[in-house]
Design a protein around this ligand. Structure first.
Ligand code: SAH
Ligand code: SF4
Length: 386
């Protein structure tokens, strides 16, 4: 069997590994042993898996191997955050970010090289789309972060307690691989992360949210960013396909399918003059009145040649206070790792765009700023009217 055809053990769920051992006429508990070697001890050499007989290790080497993505570079922010550039099989580069905080650490990982959904305020969207990441490439980001932070030695203080699928790409457009990946992250014999602390963030792929029930118990975050369909469709093209009402209803059903009581996180990127007016906050409070949730406000992070701006501190406070007074739990995401281009929406990697969108975007911006300025103007007018 050539290397290419070998099964990548790093991309198999517990069920997948169990099936593999059953096919090899081996006992199913071997699956948990192999998972621990890979995901808890960071071992990629099957020959070192010492609680498995030599004969079985040889057999396993014949049919399988452990392939992880490559780490190309690391950037360390003055605030302690780290960003890594990861090369995936397609040749594109994606980014992942580690954000340490008191008593916890969050890893923000990518699910796709680029993104096909062109949200107006997102640098990843402007890159166009190249490919879906495999399970081993998604879980491999967590594996590498643990490795590079020294966590496999169990002596490191850099715990990874939370994983958020908020890096590059739309997770639910890479459905099977993302679901299998988050399940591996929450699997006790792999990373054993709490289901409350593994979060899939989506711009609102409604049929995929409907499909999630029963397949995973991961937490859900919805990128809402507008309190009505008209404005949301202007900044997030996916809203033309799936309305806010459909989005909220599918998310509600998913939350009801979980074995514990949890609410989704509503993400709302605040963009100056677009969606940050007091009336937007009041409309948002009304919209979510019968939708149990927490709200996370994300001040817009600028990227190269973006034509949007971050609102002033007082606008952000006013917006937050209106929601708080209406009874919501509201947090404002502090901007981290800005100095290394790793804040929300700034991740770009190096995507070989198949859609030509990045070329069109650059051409539009380079020729003249007019069309982008027009877009801001148009949206600002809408915002004023609301
Ligand atoms: N595709 C997924 C997850 C990746 S983006 C999604 O859209 O949910 C993670 C979060 O960052 C989303 O809420 C997204 O809307 C937000 N975001 C994108 N660009 C941003 C920017 N420039 N500034 C602030 N937040 C941004
Ligand atoms: Fe894609 Fe999410 Fe960016 Fe929209 S915000 S373009 S869905 S990565």
């Amino acid at each position: 069997m050539s290397n290419k055809q070998k099964i990548n053990l790093a991309g198999l769920t517990l069920e997948g590994l169990t099936n593999l051992f059953t096919d090899l006429n081996e006992r199913p508990f071997r699956a948990g042993q192999v998972m621990k070697w890979i995901h808890q001890r960071g071992i990629t050499d099957i020959g070192l898996m010492s609680d498995i007989s030599k004969r079985l290790r040889e057999r396993l080497c014949e049919v399988g191997e452990i392939r992880l993505p490559h780490i190309l570079s690391e950037f360390v922010s003055s605030d302690g955050s780290r960003k890594w550039i990861v090369e995936v099989a397609s040749g594109s580069q994606v980014e992942m970010v580690y954000i340490p905080e008191a008593g916890r650490g969050t890893l923000c990982i990518s699910s796709q090289a680029g993104c096909s959904l062109d949200c107006a305020f997102c640098a990843t969207g402007k890159q166009g789309f190249d490919s879906n990441l495999s399970v081993a490439e998604i879980v491999g980001q967590l594996w590498w972060a643990n490795k590079l932070l020294g966590n496999f030695d169990q002596s490191s203080p850099n715990v990874i307690s939370n994983v958020v699928m908020m890096g590059m790409g739309e997770p639910l457009l890479n459905f099977n691989n993302v679901i299998n990946s988050v399940n591996i992250m929450m699997q006790d014999s792999a990373y054993g992360l709490s289901k409350r602390k593994v979060t899939i963030s989506t711009s609102g792929v409604v049929p995929a949210i409907k499909k999630m029930s029963g397949l995973t118990e991961a937490s859900l975050a919805l990128s809402l960013h507008a309190p009505n369909d008209r404005l949301r469709s202007q900044i997030m093209p996916i809203n033309k396909k799936y309305s806010i009402a459909e989005l909220l209803s599918s998310a509600k059903s998913y939350m009801e399918s979980l074995s514990d009581s949890r609410v989704p996180l509503i993400e709302y990127t605040l963009i100056k003059g677009i969606n940050d007016h007091r009336q937007h906050a009041r409309d948002l409070a009304k919209l979510l009145a019968s939708f149990p949730c927490k709200i996370n406000l994300i001040p817009f992070n600028a990227f190269e040649k973006s034509n949007f701006e971050r609102p002033s501190g007082s606008s952000i406070t006013n917006f937050r206070e209106i929601l708080k007074k209406a009874g919501y739990t509201v947090t404002v995401r502090t901007t981290r790792a800005n100095d290394i281009g790793a804040a929300c929406g700034q991740l770009v990697g190096g995507v070989s765009d198949r859609t030509q969108r990045s070329v069109r975007y650059k051409r539009t911006i380079d020729k003249s700023n007019e069309s982008s300025v027009k877009l801001v103007g148009k949206l600002a007018t809408t915002a004023e009217r609301i």
